[in-house]
Design a binder for this molecule. Structure first.
Ligand SMILES: CCCCCCCCCCCCC/C=C/C(=O)SCCNC(=O)CCNC(=O)[C@H](O)C(C)(C)COP(=O)(O)OP(=O)(O)OC[C@H]1O[C@@H](n2cnc3c(N)ncnc32)[C@H](O)[C@@H]1OP(=O)(O)O
Length: 258
């Protein structure tokens, strides 16, 4: 499918989706969000895709929602069209794992987009922030909820109320990102991680992803029950038999959908 604001490449069972509005630091306008939604729906359906990587440019993952596009909207506009609400659900509804490979500016909706992915690996030049307050607005698709759960109330509150940025070191220390890599090595490193996930049992990958994400959605006891059922259910799969037999026979597993 031909897109204008994103580039999609599929190789080694990994779909690499690159935000591609360099002239606006990948600001998230309605066309980009529509195209990204279509690409994610297609990747989730495509048997040749087992892991998804979402990235931007070295200078910016995404500098936020598109201010030019928002500047003329009013309450009735954004309320009736549920501005951005449906789009972000498209990210969290994607069943396959999505890794955000983040460098440069990751601000506002761009930070919210990265946080809605399953995990973030960032470059040493990454700058995270929720600077919407400078524009007379606030985060609108998860920034106050996910950032607070990921880094804690004080840091999140300071960032939302002052609009200050957080660099890669602070982000890793706070638990917002999994790891930091040199900007020049970000994509090779994240693609290697994605290929490693693509080699695993896909049914176990999806079950584990759902359980980890559930940890932020529910109580500990409910989460433990969900985890236990997913663990037990995997004993009904061929991959569990193949994975454990391969270990005992000292060979590489050949999971079902290889
Ligand atoms: C399945 C789809 C899922 C999608 C789900 C995601 C939905 C996302 C939307 C969610 C919305 C919820 C609420 C969130 C709101 C926001 O995000 S508000 C915006 C928050 N961001 C900002 O306030 C950052 C604004 N930008 C800057 O402060 C600076 O640009 C910078 C990042 C500090 C970089 O400065 P500098 O290096 O000096 O570059 P500039 O000259 O400023 O910028 C270069 C050009 O890029 C344009 N631009 C930058 N940011 C934006 C933006 N957010 N919107 C539109 N355009 C932007 C900038 O105007 C420059 O363009 P030109 O003037 O034409 O050169």
């Amino acid at each position: 499918m031909a897109y204008q604001t994103i580039i999609v490449e599929i190789e080694d069972y990994v779909a690499l989706i690159r935000l591609n509005r360099p002239e606006a630091l990948n600001a998230l306008n309605s066309q980009l969000m529509r195209e990204l939604g279509e690409a994610l729906t297609e990747a989730d359906r495509n048997e040749k895709v087992r892991c998804i990587v979402l990235t931007g440019s070295e200078k910016a993952f995404a500098a936020g929602a598109d201010i030019k596009e928002m500047s003329t909207k009013n309450f009735v506009d954004v309320y009736t069209e549920n501005l951005f609400g449906d789009e972000i659900e498209r990210i969290t509804a994607t069943r396959k794992p999505i890794i955000a490979a983040v460098s440069g500016y990751t601000l506002g909706g761009g930070c919210e987009l990265a946080m809605a992915c399953d995990f973030i690996i960032c470059a040493d030049n990454a700058k995270f922030g929720q600077p919407e307050i400078n524009l007379g607005v606030m985060a609108g698709i998860g920034g106050t909820q996910r950032l607070t759960r990921f880094v804690g109330k004080s840091k999140s509150m300071e960032m939302h109320l002052t609009g200050r940025f957080m660099d890669a070191v602070e982000a890793e220390r706070a638990g917002l990102v999994s790891r930091i890599v040199p900007a020049s090595k970000l994509l090779p490193e994240v693609m290697a991680v994605a290929r490693k996930i693509a080699e695993k049992s896909q049914i176990a990958v999806v079950a584990a992803k759902e359980a980890v994400n559930r940890a932020y959605e529910t109580t500990l006891s409910e989460g433990l029950l969900f985890e236990r059922r997913n663990f037990q259910a995997l004993f009904a799969t061929e991959d569990q038999k193949e994975g454990m037999a391969a270990f005992l026979e000292k060979r590489e597993p050949q999971f079902r959908d290889k």
